[in-house]
Design a protein around this ligand. Structure first.
Ligand code: ATP
Ligand code: MG
Length: 261
């Protein structure tokens, strides 16, 4: 047998072993999603409180745009990032996950807080959730110990957990790839919140594991040069940039123009 044939055979065997390993894990994995009964959801998660509010409609427009990408072959795993801190990534991720879960088909939605440095999803949901992605990636907990929901059954969350020493290495690990492959089999949409791309490499790593990245831009604050630099960093990580979300927009038209009810 020629060397090339042998090498191809070996690669195919390795691939088969990897797939088998993942399916074995899949069979074993019984996803237990525990309920966090005493959540005190922050007022900025508007679709949770009023799914018909004007602001909820804006997130539904984002949902429609996302669902109609790639001629309906919607990217399943989507990362939210921004150029710099505090542009509205986490609130956008939460509200997008919420309106996706509110769709009539009731898809299974997972929101992962992959900002292992200063994640705030548990805080915005008002829950005391200490075990999160960081523990799962360090083999200190099973996914089932970290997955939880509040009072919406088809919307599941995973908090960030304890701040680890090596966030970028954990996100780039085989364990993260394995974890995401399993989650892909269990959920219809996976939204991943991440740190800003200019400060740390995490969003680039996550973006390369996902089907696409949405970049959040705070209007009136983030300068064009910074956005351009952030976009270049994303392209260098070979991620697919799906689009942008502008936050903090000031309306110059009277509010009644946007009202329809
Ligand atoms: N669409 C929006 N319009 C106006 N303000 C917003 C919007 N989205 C979020 N905010 C506000 O911006 C602030 C920062 O939001 P958020 O925590 O989502 O930012 P972040 O980008 O995740 O920050 P960090 O980089 O610290 O993770 C919050 O006070 C939030 O209420
Ligand atoms: Mg955040």
């Amino acid at each position: 047998m020629g060397k090339i044939t042998e090498a191809l055979k070996k690669a195919a065997e390795e691939r088969f072993e990897r797939i088998e390993k993942i399916s074995r894990i899949k069979e074993r994995e019984i996803l237990v999603i525990k309920k966090q009964g005493n959540s005190k959801v922050d007022a900025c998660v508007i679709p949770y409180f009023d799914s018909k509010a004007h602001i909820s409609e804006q997130y539904k427009i984002l949902r429609t745009n996302l669902l109609s990408l790639n001629k309906g072959r919607t990217p399943k795993v989507v990362v939210l990032t921004s150029s710099v801190h505090s542009e509205g990534k986490t609130v956008t991720a939460l509200n997008l996950a919420m309106v996706l879960a509110q769709s009539t088909q009731k898809p299974r939605v997972l929101l992962i807080d992959a900002d292992l440095r200063r994640g705030k999803i548990a805080k915005y949901l008002g829950v005391d959730q200490k075990i999160g992605l960081s523990e799962v990636l360090r083999d200190k907990a099973e996914a089932s110990d970290a997955l939880f929901n509040i009072d919406i059954d088809n919307l599941t969350f995973m908090a960030n957990g304890d701040i680890p020493e090596n966030p970028a290495e954990l996100l780039a690990s085989e364990k993260m790839k394995e974890f995401l492959s399993i989650m892909r089999t269990q959920f219809d949409h996976i939204i991943i919140d991440s740190p800003p791309i200019i400060s740390v490499t995490d969003a680039g790593i996550l973006g390369s594991l996902a089907d696409g990245v949405i970049m959040v831009i705070q209007s009136g604050r983030t300068q064009r040069g910074i956005i351009k630099h952030a976009t270049e960093l994303l392209h260098q990580s070979c991620v697919q940039l799906l689009g942008h979300v502008l936050t903090n927009i000031e309306y110059h038209l009277p509010e009644y123009i946007y009202r329809y009810l």
